[in-house]
Design a protein around this ligand. Sequence first.
Ligand code: NAD
Length: 282
Amino acid sequence: MDLQTEEKIPAERSKSERKDGRPLHGKVAIITGSTSGIGLGIATAFAKAGASVVLNGLGDHDAVEKTRKSLARNQGVDVQYHAANMENPDDIADMVAFAHKTYGRVDILVNNAGIQHTARVEDFPAEKWNQIIAINLSAAFHSMKAAVPKMREGGFGRIINIASVHGLVASVEKAAYVAAKHGIVGLTKVVALENAENGITANAICPGWVRTPLVEKQIVALSEKLGISIEEASVKLLEEKQPSKRFVEVEQIGEMAVFLAGSAASNITGQTMVMDGGWVAR
Ligand code: NAD
């Protein structure tokens, strides 16, 4: 059985590469929260690698439509959009069903949608706690619950959960975020083990600071708190946690996701791929 699986995946890759030459040609990927930041970076990397892409996320209809069309045109792939709200389990099931109905398969699922709120535990609004747990953790449970049976049908699956260094270590004022990210690291391992013999892998990517709108808000808050410029605040933010003193780029996370989705990663499962400029090394 093991040997057959090892044989099957390279053969499948060479068949698809003959058609298009791109590593993810013929694959169908859903990326949650892909109208901005890291999710959009991963969607772009997948489209460049030849996958059909289902975008998701909040945002102005015209802006989302512009992103969808330009991604499809620039990369020569089909790109769809589903407006599922990650707080709503029925929406999430509908998004997976939509991808399956549109393409007849679901190969890759990236759980990326996420939000942040910072406050000490005693000041943390309960509704913010519930919202962060719903979007950053429970949404991944609901999407995997819907997608795993579809992946089993196809005998192939790649689940990539965007956790964070906060899935491994804590910071003050991030109770819900740290709890959700630790949770998603554990959840990833469970799904990896449950599907280890099914051709389905599940891994988490754990980035350190990435300069996206989610982090920009924290840079602005720091600059206001300390009365320093935005650029000084961004340097301070990096210096405090990230030894490389450089932001991780969304393109780098996109490349890591393409690697995890490809045939070279068929035996990498239940792992945390940490991209943090040394944050958790000390
Ligand atoms: P971002 O704000 O740029 O993007 C977040 C995306 O999630 C957007 O597309 C947004 O529309 C979507 N989203 C938010 N609420 C949603 C909802 N209810 N339903 C559907 N979509 C929703 O942020 P980002 O920095 O790109 O974050 C993406 C992921 O990366 C998050 O899970 C975040 O925790 C994680 N992450 C970010 C960093 C960082 O430094 N930026 C570091 C580690 C992990």
